[in-house]
Design a binder for this molecule. Sequence first.
Ligand code: TXA
Ligand code: MG
Length: 335
Amino acid sequence: MSKPAARARIYRGTPRNLAMLARALRRGGLVAVPTETVYGLAADALNARACRKIFTAKGRPANDPLIVHILARGDLDRIARPNDAARILARKFWPGPLTLVLPRQPAVPDVVSAGRSSVAVRMPRHPLLRRLLKLGGRPLAAPSANPFGYVSPTTAGHVLAGLGHRIRYILDGGPSAIGLESTIVDLRDPRKPRLLRPGAITRAQLERALGRPVLTARVSRRPVRGAQLAPGLLTRHYSPRTPLVLHRRIDPKDVRADHGRDRAWLFIAKPRNLAGTNIHWLDPRGNLRGAARRLFGALRSLDAGGFKAIHAELPPGNGLAEAINDRLRRAAARG
Ligand code: TXA
Ligand code: MG
């Protein structure tokens, strides 16, 4: 079988291009869009046929529900049934990298929520996506714009590399400012908020806003058909093809003793007293925001570097470190 030719084009966010992309969405087409977290693959969230195309393009199993992106807080009631906890978090953190799981409204097609009685909603901050939401006049369902299981895209080029032969339209909004997918919190029971996915809005921020603890949801570690809470949160996810080995601390002695070219060493901060072509770091000073922003790009380029293994050091601590750790662990999980 020959590989289908690439046919996607990358569009800058000019008024004319945005109008054209909004028309494509209204006609039921797919458009890859920038968000402040990662790029998403968007379709009209109220059009079941359009949303089904997302699953086909990504190779995503139908039991893995999508996030609905809305323009304004006032659009929430059309998609979900918010409670007080949801209103508090929406007021405090939207627009921004926070997704709320709530009881769903009947207007949301089954395919979007994978047949569940709940739906995931977020109000994104990226200005180009907001203009597109406004022009389209519809909420947009969008998962990350990567082939299922691979590392999420943080540039238009990443989307082109992964889905270029499956879609036509990519809106370029520059590199994603945050670089990790949104925090997801399950608020179906407002008295028991549960963290489904850590992200740039930290557990501590949620706890302060809600005035109660936010526990981690137990997510099934194995694919179980239809059964688990958030199928996309399987351990193995966001994975480069090159095996990834995690360390609480990489001993510089081990790195110095490694005279081969088979291994890449990935640090959060630029390591002192180590140099070499297979020494890499995410942020010169170990700033976690910088590290989060560059993590997926680094995993992609190391994955293309022909190494037999990537050795990465986990950042200690909570907050954004929890989200970076989560993505590194998923990227390292096999099978
Ligand atoms: O930052 C983000 O959230 C990005 C951008 C594009 O907005 N989107 C994203 O979507 O990461 P995706 O599909 O790659 O991850 C969404 C996760 C999935 O793991 C899915 O299982 C979970 O959200 N999810 C969606 N609806 C849910 C629901 N009703 N209940 C529980 N989990 C849900
Ligand atoms: Mg994803």
